[in-house]
Design a protein around this ligand. Structure first.
Ligand code: FAD
Ligand code: NAD
Length: 467
């Protein structure tokens, strides 16, 4: 029986990053993964493949709609979905192989198979051929992630009623795709197929898309995506979706309670994800899951069994790769006797539509609800010379700052390269900058980042320069 200082179950961004940090800190470390490749949801069927397809479809969309204005003439343009998927698969393989390399480099033992608790210090690993081995460990980190969620009546059959996993490997470009859920997955994967020519119709339960983000972003993104051909049905309660062979039929109740039906060739179910603990045999370690299926943890990501920790999608909080990574580092450093720190208020969120949507800190709705006295600064992207040069004029940047101290409390943007731009806000907020601090920093010209400065100027004293 092999024995370790720490055994990590699950090799997603939470698990593999935790493993690297544990090894760096001198712990004898093992990681268990049931899939054939390392990297979890993020690398195999999440962040990386979706961004690969978003990039390919964006190139096609630009070639189709924007090249002529740039003075580039193209004839015979057509999308080759199979090649896009082949390229995506290559990107995934290379990235997963990179994780294996990192495990070897850091001398982390990789055990292939399903990990399940025998007791709080013993994990059994059952491989694909049914062979079982046992590992003992002083500490265990559960990093088993999540799976697509669905509600009664919308069970995916993975053929025409699909989840994100199948949407990443379709054999044809749908003529029409229904998307249940106007959240991150629905809008990102909806964008991929809208750009390739599919008609996309979103059926969303809430009165807005991306309902957990600042309301301004949902409104602005709706405008942008409608131009790309998206149709939105908000305030709709899905009753059932049926595979009719060559089509799917979805029945929903609209805001007035009337029954409405939609027909398409595919239906993507994107109503969130649920924590995954199947096969872990948590009970043997003295653990159970809460009502939401999560493993409960305290502020130090420790479960009720002191030597067992849990991180990432399987615990409370945002289901994001970078949140899982930070939690992995946190637990590793805690186990090494350090005093790590993690600021959940400063975990940025990004939606990779074009333009991208990104946010950090409090939304205007949250500040209102908390009775905080705040001021708003904003700047339209179309006022930037850089944006006119690249023909990316949609969007805005909004900065919320304390009315009393001018401290930046939230930054919300829909802008070209917002996924990268948001890091200026995260850094500023980590150092508790005021809007004026950002406004007084020299930003390079011409860049999209000038919109951050201008929004900060607007928040400071309503003195944006270029609007
Ligand atoms: P996971 O990545 O889910 O990894 C868990 C691993 O544990 C899996 O490999 C699983 O096989 C393994 N496992 C489970 N049980 C066992 C067991 N008993 N024994 C052995 N192994 C086990 N997040 C972002 O931040 N940015 C994005 O752009 C983004 N895009 C996404 C796009 C899509 C389509 C999807 C679905 C998700 C996306 N996410 C994105 C979310 C992101 O993928 C997750 O938040 C992240 O992967 C969570 O990491 P994790 O380590 O907690 O779990
Ligand atoms: P989500 O929570 O982002 O969106 C789900 C949407 O479905 C919400 O708008 C919700 O109101 C709606 N909804 C819920 N029940 C519904 C119903 N019965 N009928 C109609 N609409 C309904 O979830 P997601 O898009 O499935 O993504 C899952 C997770 O993966 C998210 O937590 C997200 O953080 C993560 N993810 C992140 C990224 C990224 O960071 N760019 C990309 C993809 C996924």
């Amino acid at each position: 029986m092999s024995s370790y200082d720490v055994v990590i179950i699950g090799s997603g961004p939470g698990g593999y990053v935790a493993a690297i940090r544990c090894a760096q800190l001198g712990m004898k470390t093992a990681i268990i993964e049931k899939y054939n490749t390392l990297g979890g949801t993020c690398l195999n069927v999440g962040c990386i493949p979706s961004k690969a397809l978003l990039d390919s479809s964006e190139h096609y969309h630009n070639a189709l709609h924007n090249f002529d204005e740039h003075g580039i003439e193209v004839t015979g343009l057509k999308p080759n979905l199979q090649q896009m998927i082949n390229r995506k698969n290559d990107v995934v393989s290379q990235t997963c192989a990179g994780v294996k390399f990192l495990m070897d480099k850091n001398k982390i033992d990789v055990h292939a198979g399903v990990g399940s608790f025998k007791d709080k210090n013993t994990i059994e690993v059952k491989d694909g051929k049914g062979k079982t081995s046992s590992l003992t460990s002083k500490n265990v980190i559960i990093a088993t992630g999540s799976k697509p969620n669905y509600f009664p009546g919308m069970e995916p059959d993975k053929k025409r009623i699909i989840t994100s996993t199948e949407a990443l490997k379709l054999k044809e470009i749908p003529k029409k795709m229904l998307v249940i859920g106007g959240g991150v997955i629905g809008l990102e994967l909806g964008s991929v197929y809208a750009r390739l020519g599919s008609e996309i119709e979103v059926i969303e339960f809430a009165p807005t898309i991306i309902p957990t983000m600042d309301g301004t972003l949902g409104k602005e993104l709706t405008k942008v995506l409608k131009k790309e051909g998206f149709k939105f049905n908000l305030d709709h309660r899905v009753q059932k979706v049926e595979n009719k062979g060559k089509s799917v039929v979805l029945t929903a109740l609209n805001k007035k309670g009337e029954e409405v039906t939609f027909e398409a060739d595919y239906c993507l179910v994107a109503v969130g994800r649920k924590p995954y603990t199947e096969g872990l045999n948590l009970e043997a370690a003295g653990l159970s899951v809460n009502q939401r299926g999560q493993v409960d943890v305290n502020d130090h990501l420790q479960t009720s069994v002191p030597n067992i920790y849990a991180i990432g999608d399987v615990v409370r909080g945002a289901m994001l790769a970078h949140k899982a990574e930070e939690e992995g580092v946190y637990v590793a450093e805690l186990l090494a006797g350090q005093k790590p720190h993690l600021n959940y208020n400063l975990i940025p969120g990004v939606v990779y539509t074009w333009p991208e949507v990104a946010a950090v800190g409090k939304t205007e709705e949250e500040l209102k609800a908390a009775g905080v006295d705040y001021k708003v600064g904003s700047f339209p992207i179309k006022a930037l010379g850089r944006a006119r040069a690249s023909m990316d004029t949609a969007g805005l940047i909004k900065i919320l700052a304390s009315a009393e101290t001018d401290e930046v409390l939230g930054v919300h943007m829909i802008a070209p390269r917002a996924a990268d731009l948001i890091m200026e806000a995260v850094t500023a907020m980590e150092y508790r900058a005021s809007a004026e601090d950002i406004a007084r920093i020299c930003h390079p010209h011409p860049t999209y980042s000038e919109a951050v400065k201008e929004a900060a100027l607007d928040a400071t004293e309503k003195r944006a320069l270029h609007v």
